[in-house]
Design a binder for this molecule. Structure first.
Ligand code: ATR
Length: 288
């Protein structure tokens, strides 16, 4: 990659950013399409966030991704939010539209795209259970409701967070109920009845690969899609359990890929080379 006076820059604001897969994914795509663009990770401490955001128009960046811990904090500094970012209440991509900062969220849309591409599942009319109620759970749950899922129930350790998310889902027209992990039997029954189960907690993520949520293996069955938003490891213990019982198991690599592909398209106006980006991600994951 040659950076010169005509290079268009975009990047990532987060803290930390060292382990992000996004620079590799986007720079591989720019090189493949021979676009004179570059994607740079910026470590932005929380107290520097307002100044970092002002630098987007000042330095003429095309836009940035936003990650932990800034996804919600950026909202108040932006000029505009897309309806999608507003309903999720978080931003993962900012566009510089002639100096105006527009916040969007491609996490939920990336998740839906991955569901369709990798599991052939269309959410309209389906019953889903989301395990977790953090940022990733919120993006998935809200987008499932937007896509017309019949029911999006939430199981979470902290009931208050789940109740808030259930209300957001209900406001978008889907049914929703809240359970906690103490209600083991009810949670297992809800999982058993669901067409789609989304594991959206950090339980089972590297290096804690032997952990899984307290879900009995016989809650899963064939005909179900079980999606773990974790991509490291590619197959969590939770996914292995679901797969043993015949469910279609899908890892979070697809959501990572498609949220990035959608951001790429928003910035460049060019179709993202999804297969090339997926290969780059898989290679980096194997190397870890
Ligand atoms: P992310 O942005 O990846 O979604 P997050 O917003 O910190 O991360 O959310 C993490 C989710 O994992 C939360 O739903 C959290 O449950 P709480 O809302 O009760 O905090 C869930 N989680 C983390 N560790 C957990 C554990 N040991 N058991 C059950 N749930 C856990």
């Amino acid at each position: 990659m040659v950076i010169d006076g005509r290079t268009t820059l975009c990047g990532l604001f987060g803290c930390p950013v060292e382990h992000s897969f996004s620079p590799l994914m986007h720079n591989t795509a720019f090189q493949y399409l021979k676009l004179n663009w570059a994607y740079v990770p910026f470590k932005v401490e929380p107290h520097q966030l307002p100044r970092a955001l002002s630098s987007i128009p000042a330095l003429n960046l095309a836009g940035v991704n936003v990650t932990i811990p800034h996804k919600e904090a950026v909202l108040r500094y932006l000029d505009e939010l897309t309806p999608c970012a507003a309903s999720i209440g978080a931003v993962n991509v900012i566009l510089n539209r002639e100096g105006k900062l527009v916040g969007d969220n491609t996490d939920g849309r990336g998740f839906i795209k991955s569901l369709q591409e990798e599991a052939g599942l269309i959410p309209a009319g389906k019953k889903a259970v989301i395990l977790g109620a953090g940022g990733a759970a919120k993006a998935a749950a809200v987008q499932l409701a937007v896509e017309g899922a019949e029911e999006v129930s939430i199981v979470n350790r902290t009931p208050g967070k789940a109740e808030q998310l259930a209300r957001a889902v209900q406001n978008l027209g889907s049914k929703s109920r809240v359970l906690t992990w103490e209600q083991t039997g009810e949670a297992a029954a809800a999982i058993n009845e669901a067409d789609l189960v989304v594991q959206a907690t950090s339980v089972g993520m590297y290096p804690d690969v032997n952990s899984h949520l307290p879900v009995p293996e016989d809650a899963f069955h064939s005909g179900q899609v079980v999606y773990d938003l974790i991509y490291n490891p590619l197959k969590t213990k939770f996914l292995k359990m679901a797969e043993i019982r015949g469910a279609k198991a899908v890892s979070g690599l697809g959501m990572l890929l498609y949220q990035g592909a959608l951001a790429f398209e928003l910035w460049t106006g060019t179709a993202a080379p999804v297969n090339i980006m997926r290969e780059a991600l898989q290679k980096q994951l194997k190397g870890r």
